[in-house]
Design a protein around this ligand. Structure first.
Ligand code: HGY
Ligand code: MN
Ligand code: MN
Length: 409
């Protein structure tokens, strides 16, 4: 395993960022995202892989097998990064997947099935407000009409932004049919502390938590911070703040550690220190490994908004952007990953993914499973996100063995 080459490539990739090191910011279709994609495609071409890009910008790098009519085995992840993120979320699955293929090539391996490495477009919700945009479109979970409906803060729709980036064609053409792949395996950092706490380098994922996100607009009454007296106010920020606290209390009320809720975006209008907020926008993320329990939390948050609105004389508009079912990983892929860990004498544990991933939607096209790599402190979506070269190499090595196992079947 040429650990150093993979490490150097990940370090080079991290430089394609809109914020200074050690943070990484790489939003879909941005110039830094396009430069990073070019870098990735160059490495794939150097490895002799056949490349195609679809109308959304999902990028496919294929290592042909000896029996081209058989459905390929697929692997991959994402390289887009939320603002002020780290260098390893998603990228170890794309570049570690490329290294896995190169490892098999160096071993002189020839597989029956092709192995296809996928760089999924826009796994992060940063620009268009919904995560896993590329894999949703591949799986047909998101309708092509989203191209005209989804709009970034810069005012461009998904269609306008992707076409400006050179991804033309129709979004209808993105969808793949079930059976197109015989398996999908994603390598990813854990983004949690479990593996480090148990001193394990690797984790085999058996289920992926169910994500949901809400977009909330609160309309109140603005006015002069000095002359608008308190008894007459309908402050749109304070009502929003109460709803954010209601998210926290509704989540904690389940009494289950697997339920989580976050209000990660809060925009206050007009945003002047001496002006009472007339409008506030929130983006709320609620997850659980149990879909029904998560949906009950959403209902409780909606109920809280009704009470707050009546008491404060404001209006809430709550849109459910997505409320996806959890995914169960395929036992046969879980077993293949577990066998590969044991063959490599690498300790591992089975576990649930609390983050969502493109695997969640690829599960609608093929049997899936994921391999986690230990990360320092469990930190992620922050500049100090870190996985060691040794652990990343171990993940790529086990991924290679698993892909070969599945591609020889
Ligand atoms: O938010 C997530 O779970 C993923 O990292 N986008
Ligand atoms: Mn992420
Ligand atoms: Mn990720």
């Amino acid at each position: 395993m040429s650990t150093s080459q993979l490490t150097l490539e990940l370090e080079r990739l991290a430089k394609f960022s809109d914020t200074p090191a050690p943070s990484v910011t790489r939003v879909v279709y941005s110039p830094t995202d396009m430069q990073a994609r070019e870098y990735f495609k160059g490495l794939c071409l150097a490895a002799g892989l056949e490349i195609r890009e679809d109308a959304a910008g999902n990028t496919f790098a294929r290592w042909p097998g000896t029996e081209p009519d058989l459905p390929a085995v697929a692997t991959g992840s994402h390289i887009d990064a939320i603002p002020h993120a780290g260098a390893y979320d998603g990228t170890v699955g794309v570049f570690g997947g490329l290294e896995a293929i190169r490892l098999l090539q160096r071993q002189g391996m020839r597989c029956k099935r092709a192995i296809e490495l996928i760089l999924f477009t826009s796994e992060e919700p940063t620009r268009f407000g919904i995560g896993c945009l590329g894999s949703r479109l591949l799986a047909g979970v998101l309708d092509a009409s989203a191209g005209a409906k989804l709009r970034g803060k810069d005012g461009l729709t998904l269609d306008e932004a992707r076409q400006a980036a050179g991804f033309t064609g129709t979004l209808e053409s993105v969808r793949l049919n079930p059976g197109v792949y015989s398996a999908f395996v994603e390598l990813h950092i854990e983004q949690g502390p479990l593996l480090e706490q148990e001193d394990l380098p690797l984790g085999v994922v058996t289920a992926i938590a169910a994500p949901a996100s809400l977009r909330v607009q609160v309309d109140g009454e603005g006015g002069h911070a000095g002359a608008f007296l308190m008894p007459h106010r309908h402050d749109a920020f304070l009502a929003a703040a109460e709803l954010a606290l209601a998210v926290e209390s509704s989540v904690k009320a389940t009494g289950v550690i697997d339920t989580v809720g976050t209000t990660g975006v809060c925009d206050v209008f007009p945003g002047a220190v001496n002006s009472v907020p007339s409008r506030t926008r929130l983006e709320i993320d609620i997850r659980d490994i149990d879909g029904a329990r998560r949906d009950q939390v959403i209902e409780n948050v909606r109920a809280a908004s009704v009470e707050i609105a009546a008491r404060r004389g404001v209006r809430f508009t709550i849109e459910t952007v997505n409320a996806d079912a959890p995914a169960t990983c395929a036992p046969e892929i879980v077993e293949a990953l577990s066998n590969a860990c044991e063959q490599a004498a690498l300790p591992y544990r089975k576990m649930v993914s609390r983050a969502y991933h493109d695997s969640l939607f690829m599960a609608q096209l093929a049997p899936v499973a994921m391999l986690f790599i230990r990360c320092k402190g469990g930190y992620s979506h922050r500049p100090d996100e870190y996985s060691s070269p040794v652990d990343i190499a171990a993940g790529s090595k086990v991924l290679a063995a698993t892909l070969a196992d599945l591609a020889l079947r």
